[in-house]
Design a protein around this ligand. Structure first.
Ligand code: PSU
Ligand code: MN
Length: 300
């Protein structure tokens, strides 16, 4: 048996068959600094409520898998040091040993599916890192998307990654990549990119229908919805490009590898943009929360 704990709000929504949107916790512990991480987590939850669904932030606390966190738990997690970053390889071991950890996109998908939640909102997914032909650094998020039937709403993948390779791997794995309302693939801090998204949909109803259609066809895995950052919040690619290059070369010079790569790069880009990257990140997560709530409503 999995030691599972539902927040009262989530338990009530499940019982009543109301729409629920899952949220990850690595963005809180490893993706943003305190206190903006906790403030954003609360705002994201409230945005989901305001849009007619119930938020379920997922984390492992002292060996318990939590589906939905209380305000106090969110606050504690947001300030905690040395919280484990849990992907699909670590989540079972963390629960088994009574540990505490934040769930990445991959681990959040696993927990969401287990809890019967079909939609999940986040900022950006992990992907194929630049130089992956040497490092083999490809996020387990991609494989999870091919195996676990949860629709994930993100703002595309970040420019710290290799976007063309990320698209190739998703195609190989059979993951639908659906740009919302435009042809080009959103690139996180920027609305568009030079890449055309494999699929495009313009409304939440179509995304919900496609989610159901995959299940009906017996296809495993979820969908990646790439939702462009709001226009007033975007940072032009030309502004960010030199900053990303600098952060990447620092990571290499300092020998940062494995799980530490993404948090290191996000932290450096925050510092090098004087916090502008964080402001944009918050805007896009809120935007993803709105769309995810709308998709969840169309699934119930
Ligand atoms: N992208 C972001 N912010 C994040 C992450 C990605 O904009 O916080 C986190 C997510 O939890 C994602 C994880 O699942 O990083 C990917 O890590 P890795 O590249 O080590 O698989
Ligand atoms: Mn990695």
């Amino acid at each position: 048996m999995i030691p599972l704990h539902y927040a009262p709000e989530v338990e009530a929504a499940k019982a009543a068959g109301r729409p629920i949107v899952a949220l990850e916790s690595t963005i809180i512990t490893h993706g943003m600094p305190y206190p903006q991480n906790v403030e954003t987590a609360r705002l994201v939850e409230q945005t989901i409520r305001d849009n007619g669904a119930v938020p379920a932030t997922i984390a492992v606390l002292s060996g318990q898998l939590h589906i939905g966190l209380t305000e106090a738990q969110l606050d504690t997690l947001g300030q905690a040091k040395d919280v484990a970053k849990l992907s699909c390889a670590d989540i079972a071991a963390c629960i088994a040993t009574g540990g505490t950890g934040a769930t990445t996109v991959a681990a959040t998908m696993i927990a969401a599916r287990y809890a019967g939640i079909e939609v999940f909102a986040t900022g950006g997914i992990g992907g194929v890192h630049r130089g992956a032909e040497l490092s083999f650094d490809i996020s387990a998020d991609l494989q999870e998307l091919s195996q676990t039937a949860v629709t994930v709403v993100a703002a595309g993948a970040k420019a710290i990654l290799d976007l063309p390779k990320t698209l190739e791997v998703l195609e190989t794995l059979g993951v639908p990549v659906i740009a919302y309302g435009q042809d080009s693939l959103p690139a996180f801090w920027s609305r568009g990119s030079a890449l055309k998204a494999p699929l495009r949909m313009d409304d939440a109803q179509s995304i919900a229908t496609a989610h159901r259609m995959r299940a009906a066809l017996g296809l495993p895995g979820g969908q990646l919805i790439a939702n462009p950052i709001p226009a007033d919040a975007e940072i032009p690619a030309a502004t960010l490009s030199p900053i990303i290059e600098k952060a990447l070369s620092e990571a290499e010079a300092q020998g940062i590898d494995g799980k530490s790569v993404t948090p290191f790069l996000l932290g450096r880009i925050f510092e090098l943009t004087d916090g502008a990257s964080l402001t944009a990140n918050i805007a896009l997560v809120l935007n993803n929360a709105r769309l995810a709530a709308e998709i969840a409503r169309n699934l119930t």
